[in-house]
Design a protein around this ligand. Structure first.
Ligand code: C2E
Ligand code: MG
Ligand code: MG
Length: 342
């Protein structure tokens, strides 16, 4: 909405308020009231050089409104200007990397205890910048999600990690499993099963070689059709896990109803294990709960020997900097070679 000739800039907030009110009026559909809310971004034209720039500023403010809880308006300001220039750059770098097949994948080992044998490996995306620096997921995954590029990015990670796993399984570790993170948008796609099976088939892998990790909130907000697809994948042998377990709102009932095969205890509980006895109790209890429900369990974020000691003997698998950081495929190959020699 282009608002010209405003008597007073403050008038724009009243217009935004009217837009929100109009949109939030309930819509009656088959006897039910449906409610829609709007996130509004506002940008002023002064100092702006082009229509595109103005729209981009409004867009940035709109994303800010979404991030602050939706159903509100935000005005583009200098803080956003600084963040949006870096955001625009990340978006461009991301698009180039995806188009050129240059999304890098790092690999972090997951161990069976107490023998510390590598049984699985998590694929973690990295974005290499033109200047050679590397961006971590927290800097580009949110951008990828907002722009929809997460679908192409996720497929690229899935496919190249499957190819890599296939080499490791044939040369060094025949039973090694791969864990790949799946975002909400990917999971909601109607072609999810086809994409996953194509990645497996093209790499010559059986379905049991793959685990998909989804966060609690993604699983809880997933539509019935998405859960159906995940259930279908699980039927074919693909493991499905809840990532960052304990940080969302999964009820105990949902553990019974979601199509999952393993839980991944969030590292925030692990971090507190040695100082706060309650955290240690939570970690041990989740491990027991998983075992009693017939689910697998991975504890992530193991950084100290005390934390490792706290879960050894529990049957859970361990992942963390103490045992192995995310590393390049070459380094992971060396790690597997060392394990084989031992
Ligand atoms: P996640 O799936 O929970 O991955 C584990 C994160 O914890 C990784 O961060 C890993 O480096 C970090 N980590 C592992 N051990 C330790 C430890 O001992 N201490 C600490 N402090 N951290 C540890 P990373 O690589 O920065 O990834 C962050 C998140 O980005 C991931 O969390 C995942 O949600 C997301 N992500 C990464 N790659 C992809 C991807 O290909 N697709 C999607 N959809 N999300 C991804
Ligand atoms: Mg994960
Ligand atoms: Mg996690």
């Amino acid at each position: 909405i282009l608002c010209e000739n405003l008597a007073d800039p403050i008038e724009i907030t009243r217009i935004a308020g009217r837009v929100e009110a109009a949109i939030s009026a309930p819509i009656w559909w088959l006897g039910q009231s449906l409610n829609v809310t709007a996130s509004v971004g506002i940008a002023f034209g002064s100092g702006v050089r082009s229509a595109e720039e103005l729209i981009r500023h409004a867009d940035t403010a709109m994303y800010q409104a979404k991030q602050l809880g939706k159903d509100r308006y935000e005005v583009f300001d200098d803080d956003m200007r600084i963040r949006s220039t870096s955001r625009v750059r990340v978006e461009q770098d991301l698009r180039t990397a995806i188009d050129n097949g240059q999304i890098e994948v790092h690999y972090q080992p997951i161990f069976a205890l107490p023998e510390r044998r590598i049984v699985s490996v998590e694929a973690l995306a990295r974005l290499r910048l033109p200047d050679g620096n590397q961006l971590m997921p927290e800097a580009f995954i949110p951008v990828a999600e907002d722009t929809g590029m997460i679908v192409a990015l996720g497929t690229s990670v899935l496919r190249s990690a499957c190819q890599q796993l296939s080499r490791w399984r044939s040369q060094l570790a025949p039973d090694l499993q791969l864990a790949v993170n799946l975002s909400a948008r990917q999971a909601a796609r109607p072609d999810l099963c086809a994409v996953v099976h194509a990645a497996l088939t093209d790499a010559g892998l059986p379905a049991v070689a793959l685990a998909l990790e989804l966060t609690e909130s993604v699983l809880l907000e997933a539509a019935r059709s998405t859960l159906g697809k995940l259930g279908e994948l699980r039927q074919t042998g693909v493991d499905i896990g809840i990532d960052d377990f304990g940080t969302g709102y999964a009820s105990l009932r949902s553990l019974r109803e979601l199509p999952v095969t393993f839980l991944k205890v969030d590292r925030s509980f692990v971090a507190g294990m040695t100082e706060h006895p309650q955290d240690a109790v939570i970690v041990r209890t989740v491990i027991r709960l998983a075992a009693d429900l017939g689910l697998g369990c991975v504890v992530e974020g193991i950084e100290t020997t005390a934390q490792l000691g706290g879960i050894t003997g529990s049957g859970a698998r361990a992942q963390g900097y103490l045992l192995g950081r995310p590393m390049t495929a070459e380094h992971f190959t060396e790690l597997l070679q060392e394990q084989q020699q031992r």
